[in-house]
Design a protein around this ligand. Structure first.
Ligand code: UDP
Length: 370
């Protein structure tokens, strides 16, 4: 069959590769000048540092099949994400762990003491947290919430934390030991030569053709028997029901030399600081040595028409517009919606790969493929 795909990010790469291996002809249209979507990495010309152009991407998963899959296309080297946060004029360790708690409260708690202390601060009147703020107040109490989450979340999402779902906070663990690994997954690492190299390897198949700098006409399947759409869900439908909300990011380069920050990611929860975080990219490749350095301040704002969408904005109380677009998508013949933008879900890379593998399996079942 002739398969069309819009977008050359992870989701299309997984599905495109699978279909190409089944013998289908796959044509991918990518409006940017590179493959890799928002995981795109490139070496900075001046310093040689591998830069995550659209912000930090750390590969982590509990899914052994997904881990084996990415390791087929790239060599992953050990990398553990250890994030720091500057708040109230001090630097702390994230995710919130025993060191964070002891430093923040000037204490020397053991794990059990810290657990009891935090439990005493927690808001026990909240039985079922209905949103991000209630989730935080129920589990960590107000002082930690205000220092680490309130300002950051307002900046990141452009709304009150009561308006966004509790699931967003659940992305972050709280630990009553000194483990400062930002993730709790079994597998974690960084592709030695970046994500773009990995995704290019996935797309490197005689049955796959990639057209860079070309976008598909939304709403039009073109000459293809089936289309996979990884663009924004509402864009396919010409925004006919209205616009779904996305957040976009702006990156501002900081001129510096040597080691300017000492870690890859420093978060800035203070509301008075306009950026959310600063990333110093060479720390993502601890096996490399560079004299120069590349840092970017990251700012979040509402995504306008010409901007690149990064995050779908979910509402704590649900989203009727999203439900209606999802109903349209489910009824659309010959088109499968995939990826963070196409399914309007806050997918991490490993979850995007899992979802793409599942979509591929589904498609094969329905079309009698491999
Ligand atoms: N968050 C926060 N303070 C932090 C880090 C995260 O309030 O220092 C909140 C914020 O709402 C953010 C969410 O937790 O959007 C998820 O954080 P994560 O680090 O997973 O965000 P990502 O790296 O995907 O942007």
């Amino acid at each position: 069959m002739r398969i069309g795909m819009a977008g050359a990010g992870l989701s299309c790469a997984v599905i495109g590769r699978g279909l190409a291996e089944d013998g289908h002809r796959v044509t991918i249209f990518e409006e940017r000048d590179h493959v890799g979507g928002n995981c795109h990495t490139e070496r900075d010309a001046a310093t040689g540092v591998m830069v995550h152009r659209y912000g930090p991407h750390i590969f982590h998963t509990d899914d052994a099949e997904v881990w084996a899959y990415v390791n087929r296309f790239a060599r992953f080297l050990p990398y553990v994400n250890r994030v720091k946060a500057t708040t109230g004029g001090r630097v702390y360790s994230l995710p919130i762990n025993l060191l964070t708690i002891n430093q923040f409260f000037g204490a020397t708690f053991t794990p059990d003491e810290a657990r009891d202390f935090i439990a005493a601060q927690a808001d026990r009147s909240i039985a079922e947290p209905r949103n991000f703020e209630e989730q935080a107040l129920k589990f960590i109490g107000r002082p930690l919430y205000e220092a680490f989450f309130l300002g950051y979340t307002r900046k990141q999402w452009g709304c009150e934390p009561t308006a966004i779902p509790a699931s967003i906070l659940k992305r972050l663990p709280v630990r009553f030991n000194y483990d400062d690994n930002y993730f709790s997954h079994r597998f974690q690492g960084m592709p030695e030569e970046g994500y773009t190299r990995m995704i290019a390897a996935m797309l490197d198949h005689p049955n796959i053709e990639v057209h860079l700098g070309r976008s598909m006409q939304p709403g039009d399947r073109g000459p293809f028997d089936h289309l996979f759409w990884a663009g924004p869900l509402d864009a396919w439908f010409g925004h006919r029901l209205g616009r779904l909300q996305y957040r976009t990011l702006d990156f501002e380069r900081i001129e510096a030399k040597g080691d300017a920050q000492g870690c890859a990611v420093m978060n800035y929860p203070d509301e008075a600081v306009p950026w959310t975080r600063i990333t110093e990219h060479k720390h993502f490749s601890p096996w490399e040595e560079h004299e120069g350095t590349v840092l970017f301040r990251e700012y979040s704002r509402a995504c306008g028409e010409g901007d690149i969408p990064y995050y779908p904005v979910h509402r704590a109380e649900g989203d009727d517009l999203l439900d209606r677009y999802q109903a349209l998508a489910a009824a659309e013949e010959g088109v499968t919606f995939i990826g963070r933008m196409g399914t309007y879900r806050y997918l991490d890379m490993d979850v995007a790969i899992r979802a793409a593998m599942d979509a591929l399996r589904d498609w094969r079942r329905r079309h009698g493929g491999a």
